[in-house]
Design a binder for this molecule. Structure first.
Ligand code: TYD
Length: 231
């Protein structure tokens, strides 16, 4: 990575999050973007939420088993927040500080959509948790993959095969419709940070749209917008 000659510090890595409903193709496209960045000579790591660090992976297991649901929406949100806190401090911040790009499968917009819009956890509660877990860390770019709910759910079912649906996959179609709307709303509210991409098309077209957003918005001279988490 380029050195910042003024202060002699390495340029911070860029932080890109991927969001969307079930079966939108996030994992496929994160992998493709990591390969593309590698081909451009940029170091990148791929990580995910909930999880991404040893402590957070334990919490992931609890949440996706449905145990968190039994505790109620706010306590379940606290579990996601605890996982995020560990992940940010153990993995994301250290990588960005070393100039490594971080590609994360889901981040705080998933909490806003799943726990906020769908779980009806109040915005004030979510804001307080964000202050503690991510401080001023903001993604430099959030890619929101958008697919019709029926298509996403059938892709997720095909991927799962004979396995049991997890805590959120098991929710009804109305839940998933509202979820799609929640992500579209986030994209509309924060166009500087977010790009909404039609993922109901072939993978090469989606990958090209993602690459165009990354190169237009992040491969210019602009410095990284993410900052050191204050927590
Ligand atoms: P995962 O198997 O990673 O699903 P997907 O392939 O759809 O990303 O499971 C993560 C689930 O956790 C997913 O259904 C979304 C949910 N989730 C939340 O409800 N809140 C959050 O803050 C995060 C990060 C995920």
């Amino acid at each position: 990575m380029a050195e910042n000659a003024a202060i002699g510090a390495p340029d911070r890595g860029r932080f890109i999050t991927f969001e969307g409903g079930e079966g939108a193709g996030k994992s496929t496209h994160i992998k493709r973007l990591a390969d593309r960045l590698d081909a451009e000579g940029l170091r990148a790591i791929v990580t995910r939420e909930p999880g991404g660090s040893p402590g957070a992976e334990i919490i992931r297991h609890v949440v996706l088993s449905g145990m968190g649901k039994l505790l109620g929406p706010e306590a379940e949100t606290l579990l996601f927040a605890a996982a995020r806190d560990d992940h940010v401090h153990a993995v994301i911040q250290p990588a960005l500080e070393q100039g490594i790009w971080v590609l994360c499968d889901r981040f705080s917009d998933s909490t806003r959509a799943y726990q906020g819009r769908l779980g009806q956890v109040a915005p004030g509660v979510l804001n307080a948790m964000e202050r503690v877990t991510i401080g001023r860390l903001k993604p430099d770019l959030t890619v929101i993959l958008d697919v019709p709910v029926e298509i996403g759910m059938s892709r997720a079912a095909a991927r799962r095969g004979t396995g049991t649906p997890d805590r959120f996959e098991a929710e009804d179609i109305q839940f998933h419709r509202q979820l799609r709307e929640a992500f579209r709303q986030i994209a509309q509210d924060e166009p500087q940070r977010c790009v909404l991409i039609d993922a109901n098309t072939d993978a090469a077209t989606v990958a090209a749209a993602i690459w165009s957003a990354v190169s237009d918005r992040l491969l210019s001279a602009a410095p990284a917008r993410n900052e050191i988490a204050s927590a």
